[in-house]
Design a protein around this ligand. Structure first.
Ligand SMILES: C[S@@+](CC[C@H](N)C(=O)[O-])C[C@H]1O[C@@H](n2cnc3c(N)ncnc32)[C@H](O)[C@@H]1O
Length: 202
């Protein structure tokens, strides 16, 4: 199960979203199909959909899917800051984390110099993971003024460490920020979670 499935699994009965679904981190070739799945949900809810990615390769590959007309080649926070409408569902799954030195080495092999070319320092796993946390928080803050009173924020690659008593991964900073800003955790699994504000009733 991928984290965007947590959004798809919510009970939307009776909810009138009033804003678009935005995904930052477009589906990759051979990946989870998150963009086409969220586009399908947008169709069912009767709202707009946009997916954003700053990788030209990813942007090219999504052109062969149903989500092509909704895909934007842009930095996530920049796109969200300039997005002209309201947002009801935000799905953040972008700047990757490394789970270990070995995974980080593998990740760097796969993403090549993409993040370095975008001006990020990806020289070590800790730097990579804190940058990921900061990038996802920056996107959340950019979207916040546009989020409808009843809304959903989903985030991938985020885990609770009982030992460290904090959230780790892409949502290291986003989760505590949203939880102290009126959001609650509505669903979670081993790799991610969904927070909602204003619904469903606890
Ligand atoms: C894990 S993949 C997305 C996977 C997709 N959601 C899926 O489930 O198939 C991460 C993507 O985030 C993109 N990315 C990383 N940082 C970004 C940023 N600041 N703005 C836009 N895209 C970004 C990368 O180019 C990469 O394509």
């Amino acid at each position: 199960m991928s984290s965007h499935d947590l959004i798809l699994g919510l009970d939307f009965a009776g909810w009138q979203p009033g804003g678009a679904i935005i995904e930052v981190g477009t589906q990759r070739k051979g990946g989870t199909g998150s963009s086409t799945d969220l586009l399908d949900l947008a169709g069912r809810l009767g709202v707009d959909f946009a997916t954003v990615d700053f990788s030209e390769a990813t942007h090219r590959s999504v052109q062969r899917s149903a989500a092509a007309a909704h895909a934007h080649l842009a930095d996530g926070a920049t796109f969200l800051r300039t997005y002209p409408g309201a947002i009801s569902i935000l799905y953040l799954d972008n700047y990757d984390i490394g789970y270990s030195d070995e995974h980080f080495a593998n990740l760097k092999g796969r993403i090549g110099t993409l993040y370095r070319d975008k001006g990020f320092d990806d020289s070590a796993v800790v730097v990579q993971n804190m940058t990921s946390a900061t990038v996802h928080l920056d996107q959340t803050l950019a979207a916040l003024p546009k989020l409808t009173p009843r809304c959903v924020v989903g985030i991938d690659d985020t885990f609770h460490s009982d030992e460290a008593r904090c959230w780790l991964g892409k949502g290291t900073l986003v989760v505590p920020y949203l939880v102290t800003s009126g959001f609650r955790i509505a669903a979670s699994h081993a790799q991610g979670l969904v927070l909602t504000r204003g619904w469903p009733a606890p």
